[in-house]
Design a protein around this ligand. Structure first.
Ligand code: NAD
Length: 275
């Protein structure tokens, strides 16, 4: 199974589809990530705060897959943004993952009220220069945060990882990022199962037309828009289903009907709430 890749502004390539491990029980992570790698996932999205980097690392080590064939992302929690903490944070993540470098390291939330994200970004620039992360990016950054960052620092983030699904499309941020060459990673691509996206008529109709599931249709919608996605599931059959979205194409009308499902339907935290 060949997952398409997207070339980031760092020059490195990222598989457009990966496997996310938010809320994957640390005790189950090695087994579940091993299953994901076995079925063909090569891109894993974790974070220090998920508490499961060790399980991801054990699965990587056990897989025998050459390091250069994997794309591993982790994230700095907002309590670690100060200069005296950030190096220890990435070192701890690398140690838990059992890796010399990650492919992508992100500032997890701007936590703008703390006034430290520019300082944190300068540290990430250094981590990239030191080879600790091939690419660096941000997560949950709104346009004003990105404007501040771009004005004050040198490296343009490779990605902005934001909540994004048909009911919450954040077009102001996505068009800003597109203009600046920042790739969009869509977290909660299926609305975290909290929003009845999969029952919406245009999604169900496209699923029936293509002989696919509603989840596959929503993931395909993301991929055709150029979003990078890493849906999460603990269930092997759903993990396999989510990977199997590269043998059909939604028509322009089907894409438009799904895009019309915008409801300003945020299902998780707003960036101002996390600090
Ligand atoms: P998601 O949209 O991937 O939803 C996951 C839920 O969708 C599952 O628990 C399951 O209930 C359901 N699901 C999955 N596959 C399905 C299928 N084939 N059919 C029906 N239902 C299915 O939400 P998520 O896990 O929050 O987001 C994906 C990843 O994004 C996370 O695992 C994590 O890596 C990342 N993330 C990042 C942030 C951030 O702040 N940067 C926040 C949340 C998530």
């Amino acid at each position: 199974m060949n997952t398409p890749t997207i070339t980031l502004n760092s020059g490195h390539r990222i598989p457009q589809l990966g496997f996310g491990v938010f809320k994957v029980d640390p005790a189950e992570t090695e087994r579940i990530v091993s299953e994901a790698l076995e079925m063909g996932y090569r891109h894993i999205d974790t974070a220090a705060i998920y508490g499961n980097e060790e399980g991801v690392g054990k699965a990587i080590a056990a897989s025998g897959i050459p390091r250069e064939e994997l794309f591993i992302t982790t994230k700095q929690w907002f309590t670690e943004q100060a200069n005296d903490k950030s190096r220890a944070a990435i070192d701890a993540s690398l140690q838990k993952l059992g890796l010399d470098y990650v492919d992508l390291y992100l500032i997890h939330w701007p936590a703008a009220a703390n006034g430290l994200y520019v300082e944190a970004w300068r540290a990430l620039e250094q981590f990239q220069e030191d080879g600790l992360s091939k690419s660096i990016g941000v997560s949950n950054f709104l346009v004003p945060h990105l404007q501040t960052l771009l004005a004050a620092t040198d490296v343009v983030p490779a990605v902005n990882q934001i909540e994004l699904h048909p009911a919450y499309q954040q077009t102001e941020i996505t068009s800003f990022c597109r203009d600046k060459g920042i790739a969009i990673e869509a977290w909660g691509p299926l609305g975290q199962g909290k929003y009845p996206l999969l029952e919406e008529t245009p999604v169900a109709a496209a699923a029936a037309a293509h002989g696919k599931s509603s989840a596959q249709v929503v993931l395909r919608w993301h991929v055709q828009l150029g979003n990078i996605v890493f849906p999460k599931s603990n269930r092997a059959e759903r993990m396999a289903e989510n990977l199997d979205i590269f043998d059909f194409e939604l028509s322009a009308d089907e894409m438009a009907a799904i895009t019309a499902l915008e409801r300003n339907g945020r299902v998780s935290a707003h960036p101002d709430e996390v600090n």
